[in-house]
Design a protein around this ligand. Sequence first.
Ligand code: ADP
Ligand code: MG
Ligand code: ZN
Length: 606
Amino acid sequence: MDKKITYNAWYFAAALAGILLLQSVIAGFAGTRAISYSEFQQLLRNHKVEAVAVSDRFISGTLKEPLSTGEQRFTTTRVDENFADELGKYDVKVSGQIESTFLRDLLSWVVPVLLFVGIWFFIIRKMAAGGGLGGGLMAIGKSKAKVYVETDTGVTFADVAGVDEAKEELQEVVDFLQNPEHYGRLGGRMPKGVLLVGPPGTGKTLIAKAVAGEAKVPFFSISGSEFVEMFVGVGAARVRDLFEQARKHAPAIIFIDELDAMGRSRMPGLTGGGNDEKEQTLNQLLVELDGFDTKSGVVLLAATNRPEILDPALLRAGRFDRQVLVDRPDKMGRAQILAVHLKKIKLDPDVKPEQVAALTPGFTGADLANLVNEAALLATRRDAMAVAMTDFNNAIERIVAGLEKRNRLINAREREIVAFHEMGHVLVAMALPGSDPVHKVSIIPRGTGALGYTIQRPTEDRFLVTREELESRMAVLLGGRAAEWVVFQHLSTGASDDLRRVTDIARSMVVQYGMSPDLGPVTYERDQRTMLGGMAMPAERAYADTTASTIDREVQDLAQQAFDRAVGVLNERRAQLDATAAKLLESETLDTAQIAAIIAQVPVSA
Ligand code: ADP
Ligand code: MG
Ligand code: ZN
């Protein structure tokens, strides 16, 4: 859009300048000067006038010798109705009609206009011939967003650090691009689209480029946000164009950055209005996704930091059916990322990447790149020979202040609470029978809400769950809150999601599964999930008020029992809780084996 406005402004300025120039040339050639009637009378009386032509309203004529300003011709307004006598007196030749100015007007206005229309057409023709890509600027009638194509991105996996899992998954895409025929040998099919999901600055764009760089294929990229302001139809044309170009250059990668900007969920009932363009673009993308064959050797990558708002149609099988998580790095990941960026600066030997990594919890790859740059600038400012640890400390202080304002970092005290909270979940899960084993625990903030997280993997698919298992599940969910209670004797808001899930379980036990002794084996609520236009209908209540209060009390009892149980478990294992939480604070993530190793050394107090 910006571009277009600028172009138009230039055309306009050029046209104006041209018109003014031509007019002055024509006027100068004619050598005519507009004078007042009294001046004319003066000239007449001084015998300076050679000849005049008179119309109803104007007089024009020639002089015997040029005026002081150089012109020999003049025009003036006719004031005196009858001045023919006077003219005769001074021996001036008179012709009745003034000469026509039509031709002059034509020349001074029409010629420049024609000229610029001509130039305009010439430029458009040239651009159209150049095509969307090679032509550069724009292709009228085709599309206006830029497709960036890099034949060699110059980025490899070595430039991307700390996201080993994502790299491993994408290695497959690299292998495929390097050898598409070989890949389909056993009938296997590449996923059509791979969606990179992760918070901003974690290196999604970078890793997409690295895939192209590793496979040595051209990288066609476009950002979803560029589609937002386009005219209806242009976005769709652009998408078609993008795929067409990539297919021509296959094997190739198409990368759609910020997919959420264009793949935002289409809201039913809210169509029309300003949504048409986005919908058309999205529909075109879906059409292209469905239409393209992975055998063509084109792989589609996209990135988003808000997968939850994407239109579900995009995530269906055969579209973006594989998601790769690009998460914030833990301490070791940060050290590796720092190692990549520290190579670019002159470093004092006293700076250790591990040390800097320890000081920067919550930083993303982009934050770390920024940090290295800031430190280098600070060192330059103090005329140092190399970047020292003090520069890093100062730079960290600055950046942390900024990130805290944007709510992306949690402070030391909060980190401690989160560590105990998460370890609470873990220890309760390990102590209670029938809980899913803990796979990984982390205090690196993930997504928007959760401050830390514990991943439990179910050992097997389950369809039937016993009462005991549900009770254990609730105790594990409350383990976080219980740990806060045991260690700090206070409660925080960090457990609200846990509480919601506990309440859901307890309530289902009472009203759906008939597990409350007081209420008996009776279901009090039918399936609540009667969806009508995406809205849950409030369930009809088919029981007395007294029953309602019994249900509430039973739900409370179940939750309270689970909480007490969790507190009991943690009191017994207080030493283990302290030891593991300290370790978690230090390394930010722990897996099953690491937790087991610590616990093995700390006895359970009876
Ligand atoms: P995203 O697309 O996820 O928002 P970018 O790929 O644009 O993040 O990252 C911005 C910059 O941050 C990169 O150009 C790179 O310098 C740095 N960076 C981010 N993540 C990493 C990483 N994992 N390894 C090395 N550098 C990184
Ligand atoms: Mg990006
Ligand atoms: Zn929790």
